[in-house]
Design a protein around this ligand. Structure first.
Ligand SMILES: NC(=O)c1ccc[n+]([C@@H]2O[C@H](COP(=O)([O-])OP(=O)(O)OC[C@H]3O[C@@H](n4cnc5c(N)ncnc54)[C@H](OP(=O)(O)O)[C@@H]3O)[C@@H](O)[C@H]2O)c1
Length: 285
């Protein structure tokens, strides 16, 4: 696929995977539209890397999202590569997740992804080409306890991606899902901030659940190195530049192990495996 001067839109380009992807695409000659809320970060990035244009958008705000999409639809040079990357996670057992907070996360991780894609599709159809890369997660295929609503957003991304791939293949538009495992970005800190103090608000009943699963999951990280966002950005760019990208890519800490077990085990078996991994298998309260 030719790339010089083509327009690539990267959502969530102010940090982590999106930032690295924006840099790598600009280095490959794309004109990169880098979207996020933190304009200071985006402006600094645009000053450092040629070919990056910052765009301010809060994807959790439906009016702002709409304004952004109108801007995208009206571009004289349409977007030919869309990286739907913006997203975040909330933690907590179901009883501790406020519905409004979950709705906001769905707005960013799912509905904004849908709407931004809708804004880019007419231009791609006209070109009879283009690539859409959706950031799912290994949590798009299973759910860690204490992270159900986040996993639900990524299951939704998987479903939307799978249907879209087949819907728009006839127009020559390629659709790719990326399933990262754990990657060292600001993702964890954002989840902590967005979630707030779970321990302060949870019912005492749940404290041993958090403590046990916290220890179980924590022990998985002992002595391992969490890869940085370049790992995923490289895969995204490889998919964009490929003549025949795969439908799905995965990479990152534990993605191979968890996704392989999810594919191999039946539902009972995977439940037992994940209960064991998270230390919750033998907890009785
Ligand atoms: N890191 C991991 O372990 C991991 C694993 C699996 C999947 N993923 C997925 O990978 C994607 C990128 O995450 P990351 O790890 O790179 O995290 P990150 O460093 O926290 O980056 C998230 C990006 O999303 C943007 N964003 C969040 N809320 C937004 C909003 N309301 N409006 C506009 N932009 C918003 C942030 O920009 P602003 O705050 O400036 O708006 C930021 O640029 C996410 O979809 C995430 O779910 C990450």
């Amino acid at each position: 696929m030719g790339k010089a001067g083509q327009v690539a839109l990267v959502t969530g380009a102010s940090s982590g995977i999106g930032r690295e992807t924006a840099i790598m695409l600009a280095e490959k000659g794309f004109q990169v539209l880098a979207a996020a809320r933190r304009m200071d970060r985006l402006t600094e990035l645009a000053g450092q890397v040629e070919g990056i244009t910052p765009i301010d958008v809060d994807l959790s705000d439906p009016d702002d999202l709409e304004k952004f999409c109108q801007h995208i639809s009206g571009l004289s040079e349409p977007v030919s590569v869309l990286i739907n990357n913006a997203g975040y996670s909330l933690r907590g057992v179901l009883e501790d997740v406020a519905i409004e907070a979950a709705k906001r996360m769905f707005q960013v991780n799912v509905f904004a992804l849908m709407r931004v894609t809708q804004a880019c599709l007419p231009g791609m159809r006209k070109m009879r080409g283009g690539t859409i890369v959706n950031l799912s997660s290994m949590a798009g295929k299973f759910a860690f306890p204490g992270s159900g609503p986040y996993a639900a957003t990524k299951h939704a991304v998987e479903a939307i991606t799978d249907a879209l791939r087949i819907e728009i293949r006839p127009f020559g538009i390629r659709v790719v899902a990326i399933r990262p495992g754990f990657i060292a970005t600001e993702f964890n800190d954002v989840a902590t901030t967005e979630t707030g103090d779970l321990f302060a608000r949870t019912d005492p009943d749940y404290k041993p659940v958090y403590e046990t699963s916290g220890k179980g999951i924590g022990s998985m990280f002992a002595g391992v190195t969490v890869p940085g966002p370049e790992l995923i950005a490289n895969i995204i760019v490889e998919a964009v530049l490929s003549d025949s990208p795969k439908a799905v890519y995965h990479a990152g800490l534990f993605s191979e192990e968890f996704l392989e077990n999810r594919a191999k085990l039946d539902d009972e078996g995977f439940d037992a495996y994940l209960s064991e991994k998270t230390g919750l298998k033998d907890l009785k309260l």
